[in-house]
Write a protein that binds this ligand. Structure first.
Ligand code: ATP
Ligand code: MG
Length: 257
């Protein structure tokens, strides 16, 4: 089976600074890939390139076999197939939850209202928020808004979902409800690329861990292997920092996070 997503010899510069170097990465349909690595290593940039939010300077990037690095790519169209959710949810504050959800399907995809509405309501029910359909974003908690942002991306029927630290800005008690939604998508067989600092979640949800440093992929490994016996010394050092935090007593853990 051909990969759904394929980076080959992929490079990205910001001015003189090379932030992605010789990236070779394949993701097959239904795979859940978690990207880990120290701050500034290029995780967000990699996801943003896949969504056309950043332009690349060389190599190849294919989605379902179709080359995206070329002058003719219609990124608006690609973005309907590649859903992305960020740390901040950017819901439209002056619109109800349902209007936020229907904007893309009706205005961009020109779908039938009844059909789009049925899908939006089914997805809201699935994340436990159907009763918030007429609420405005300011009436919702951060965790609820983030679940709505995930539903908004799903309403476009994407082929793959990209998650960039979607729980990083949430209070600890809201993190779990958002991660459970993502885990549900993984179980349903959706193709997911996830950047997260939640190591327990990464280990539980991933089919594969991609470890990056300084714009390069240093290691791709099965999660159980990566977390117990990583191949590279850099991954080992990276994991040690997390085990230090996790081994602290709860009160100091809170201060650190
Ligand atoms: N718009 C930009 N202009 C110039 N440099 C940038 C820009 N965006 C990112 N960078 C640089 O590119 C590198 C990779 O950044 P990126 O945001 O992808 O890292 P990251 O792995 O997501 O980090 P973090 O874990 O902190 O989110 C960093 O050195 C960053 O400073
Ligand atoms: Mg980032």
């Amino acid at each position: 089976m051909n990969p759904l997503i394929e980076f080959q010899g992929f490079n990205k510069f910001f001015g003189q600074h090379q932030v992605l170097a010789d990236i070779d990465l394949q993701v097959h349909a239904g795979e859940v890939v978690v990207i880990l690595g120290p701050s500034g290593c290029g995780k967000s940039t990699l996801l943003r390139c896949l969504n056309g939010l950043e332009a690349a300077q060389g190599g190849s990037l294919r989605l379902a076999g179709e080359e995206l690095l070329g002058p003719d790519t219609d990124w608006r169209q690609v973005r309907q197939r590649v859903g992305m959710v960020f740390q901040s949810y950017h819901l439209f504050g002056h619109m109800s939850v349902l209007d936020n959800l229907l904007l893309g399907p009706l205005k961009v995809q020109k779908r039938e209202r009844a059909e789009a509405l049925a899908q939006a309501e089914a997805l809201l029910a699935r994340v436990g928020l159907l009763d918030k359909r007429d609420a405005f974003p300011r009436q919702l908690s951060g965790g609820q808004q983030q679940r709505i942002a995930i539903v908004r991306a799903l309403c476009m029927n994407p082929q793959v979902m990209l998650f960039d630290e979607v729980t990083a800005a949430l209070d600890p008690e809201m993190v779990k409800e958002v991660l459970q939604v993502i885990q549900g998508l993984a179980r349903d067989g959706m193709t997911l690329l996830i950047v997260t600092h939640e190591m327990a979640f990464a280990r539980a949800v991933a089919d594969r861990i991609v470890f990056m440093e300084a714009g390069r992929i240093l290691e791709q490994n099965h999660p159980e292997h990566f977390f117990t016996r990583p191949r590279t010394a850099r991954a080992q050092q990276f994991l040690e920092k997390f085990s230090f935090v996790e081994s602290l007593p709860t009160s100091s853990h809170k201060e650190l996070s």
